[in-house]
Write a protein that binds this ligand. Structure first.
Ligand SMILES: *Cc1c(COP(=O)(O)O)cnc(C)c1O
Length: 340
């Protein structure tokens, strides 16, 4: 039995999701005539209490569009050093928007309002780039699925308002944070200028992300999406998967979190594991103590058992639980690991 824990993007559509996709009503979304895409966009916009939403083929494109819309070339955005927009979007911030990143040394991918305040360049000091955007991530990917304290997010919004900065949320795994912290989409919609969410991670869709914002912002986002090559035609088949996932796959994220916590506790009990990061959602980040056991030996014995995980660099390893990681796989995993 293959146990694939490299990411929560490895899931395949469930039977119910496939049926929703097969029976989707579709049209040409470039002409805004796909009823399923329109329905998904309306549904997400109203979940967040925001005016409009736009369907994207990837989270990267949704984030990059948000950055493009809220900056001008030469300006600077503020984000944590672990940010996906900085580390894993191919340099798109500079490529697409001509913008630099002021990196903050945060805690597991999370920064404070004071750190943001200190990182803003004085607008009348024309030698340094003009700061115009703050981008944060919840949950944090490289930070091990950590969830923000909502009060800190509010404090950052205040700093943004005082300095006329826009505020973007990379919410690829926001669903996990909402479930873990019993928060609501409405709370987040009230706080940010733009929010991107992924349907293809914990929610188990094959493809798709959505950007939410004001009517005016999303109107401009359609043009940027077109320029980035993201205008899709009968995308309703994919949107139908998204609608199905929003109705059926959010609450069950708690199961992924429970499994991840059990894995985290088990790993922490093993003599050759040096450290396990606090596990709040579905991501477990840990390090091997190479005095006790070589990384190579550990990874080889996982491979022999058809268990797949991923390295994060600097000796860190990552496990991500998801919809297709079944109870049966979990029981097998928990039995195999102590014997490796
Ligand atoms: C996965 C992810 C994205 C988007 O990735 P795509 O593969 O382009 O859909 C954005 N931000 C974070 C934090 C992610 O984990």
């Amino acid at each position: 039995m293959k146990i694939n824990l490299i990411s929560d993007t490895v899931t395949k559509p469930t039977q119910g999701m496939l049926e929703a996709m097969m029976s989707a009503e579709v049209g040409d979304d470039v002409f805004k005539e796909d009823p399923s895409v329109n329905q998904l966009e309306d549904k997400i916009a109203s979940m967040f209490g925001m005016e409009s939403a736009l369907f994207f083929p990837s989270g990267t494109m949704a984030n990059q569009t948000a950055i493009k819309l809220q900056t001008q070339p030469g300006e600077q955005l503020i984000c944590d050093k672990y940010s996906h927009i900085y580390n894993y979007e191919g340099g798109g911030v500079s490529f697409n928007s001509g913008v630099s990143c002021r990196l903050i040394d945060g805690d597991r991918g999370m920064i404070t309002a004071n750190q943001v305040k200190d990182a803003i360049n004085p607008p009348d000091f024309y030698h340094s780039p003009l700061t115009t955007l703050v981008s944060i991530e919840n949950t944090t990917n490289k930070g091990g699925g950590a969830c923000w304290d909502f009060e800190e997010l509010k404090a950052i919004r205040e700093v943004c308002d005082q300095h006329s900065l826009k505020y973007h949320l990379d919410g690829a795994r926001l669903w996990n944070a909402l479930v873990a912290k019993s928060e609501t989409t409405q709370q987040y919609g009230a706080l940010f200028h733009t929010i991107s969410v992924c349907l293809s991670k914990g929610l188990g869709c094959p493809v798709g992300s959505v950007l939410v914002g004001s009517k005016e912002t999303i109107q401009r986002a359609i043009r940027v999406r077109k320029i980035f090559g993201g205008g899709m035609r009968q995308a309703g088949f994919l949107a139908a998967a998204g609608i199905y996932a929003l109705d059926n796959h959010i609450d069950r994220l708690a199961e992924d979190h429970k499994k991840a916590k059990e894995i985290s506790t088990l790993l922490a009990s093993l003599p050759y594991i040096k450290s396990v990061a606090p596990t709040e959602t579905n991501i477990v980040i840990f390090e091997i103590d190479e005095q006790q056991r070589s990384l190579e030996d550990f990874l080889n014995s996982l491979k022999q058992n058809d268990i797949h995980i991923i390295g994060m660099g600097q000796g860190k390893l990552r496990i991500v639980t998801h919809l297709d990681y079944t109870d049966k796989m979990h029981n097998a995993f928990m039995g195999i690991i102590p014997q490796l």
